[in-house]
Structures are given as C-alpha cells and as structure tokens.
Design a binder for this molecule. Sequence first.
Ligand SMILES: Cc1cc2nc3c(=O)[nH]c(=O)nc-3n(C[C@H](O)[C@H](O)[C@H](O)COP(=O)(O)O)c2cc1C
Length: 218
Amino acid sequence: MPVLLQLDSSADLEESRSRSITRAFAAGWQAAGAEFTVVERDLHLDPLPHLPDASLHWPVELRRAGSKPPIDAVRLQRELLDELLAADALVVGAPMYNYSMPSSLKAWIDYIHVPGITASYEGSARPLEGRPAVIVQSRGGSYDEGSATEGWDHGVPPLQLILGDALGMAVTVLTASLTLADDLPGLADRRDRSHEELAMALSRAAELGTYLAADVAR
Ligand SMILES: Cc1cc2nc3c(=O)[nH]c(=O)nc-3n(C[C@H](O)[C@H](O)[C@H](O)COP(=O)(O)O)c2cc1C
C-alpha cells in the first residue's frame, strides 16, 4: 500500500496556495488507484513543540553521556520518524514566511533530521535514499535570477539541503510566486504571471502525483 505523507504549514486556512497545490498533488497520487493512501499532517493546526533538548538531534548511542531528553519528546520524535520512514513519497507545503519557512515546518525538520537514523553518520546507509520529496513554495513576491531580490529565498534552500543532500531524497520544487498580486496594488501589473504560475503549479502537482505514484509502485 504506497503511502504519501502530506505536510502543510500555511497559517491561511481559506486561500492558501501551498495547501491547494499539496492537495492537487495528493489527489493525483490517489488517482493512481485505491491502494494509494495519503497521511496528512497539518503542522499549523497541530503544531509541534520546539525541540526541547539538543540531544534529540542524535540517536541514543551518539548522545552525550548523561543526556536525558524529556520522554514525551522522545515519543513524539519516534512517531514523526516512523511516519516519515513509512512514507513512499513526501509532499511539503512550504510558504515563504519572512524569506524563510514557517517555524512550524522548521520544528518538524528539527525532529526528523537525525544523523545515524535519517541522515548518514560516518557512511551509514540512508533509509530514505531516492524516495521522492516535493517541496511546494508559495510566496507573495518574486525572486527571479538577476532581479534585486535574487538570493532572498531562505526557505527552499535549507529544505533542499536537509531532504535532498542530507537524507538523500529525490527533491522536486514547485513554486507559485507573486501570490499577493491580487491584494497589493503595487503588484497589480503582475497578476497575469501570478495566476499563470499558480495554474502551472496545480497542473504539474496533479501530474507529478500520479506519475510518482506509478513510479513507486513499479
Ligand atoms: C508571516 C508571513 C510572512 C511573509 N513573508 C513573506 C516574505 O518574506 N516574502 C514574500 O514574498 N512573501 C511573504 N509572505 C506572503 C506569503 O508568502 C504568501 O501570502 C504565500 O502565498 C503564503 O502561502 P499560502 O498561500 O500557502 O498561505 C508572508 C506571509 C506571512 C503570513
């Protein structure tokens, strides 16, 4: 039974673009057949506590002697790790908040990036190697190459580093820029591009969901 883990982190429950795109991806995944299931985790509605103890970044055998992380946090981390490790694919809604990712999503990253468990430690195998991870970034402005805001996106690069470089997942990024063009008069002349990017991201998400589901099943 191939499982997709769908993470959302937008604090907008009405008009969120990232939520609409992760939903389109999940619908594409489910369209591949009744056995393709989706596990949803809403990091905004059901926020994780900040990592309460630095020792949780390490597996038990690599922790400093005498470290005693709170038992509730140990259990929560185990649940999050099991959920991720059981997933055949991951889709992550990652709206740009203050040029970065929502703190609710960052908290999840802090729990699941564990050298020796999800990431390699001294050459250990990576259990998520090659599994697909789709990052969905919605952002109010634009961050084009050659523009004044090039390089201001600090949301997608750390997700690519952790999920791709550290965990070895096969990362794809879907982007919807200029999502504030309908609301901000200063961006009114860029509405067409905003609508086009959203439509493109929605259709790519649906296609990719079905394609990756078929690929995982092979
Ligand atoms: C707390 C907060 C901070 C934001 N910071 C930025 C920002 O730094 N750059 C930007 O382009 N848009 C920013 N925005 C706008 C969002 O990126 C935009 O509304 C996006 O569509 C949010 O994703 P969503 O539609 O999935 O909710 C911010 C929005 C919020 C709520």
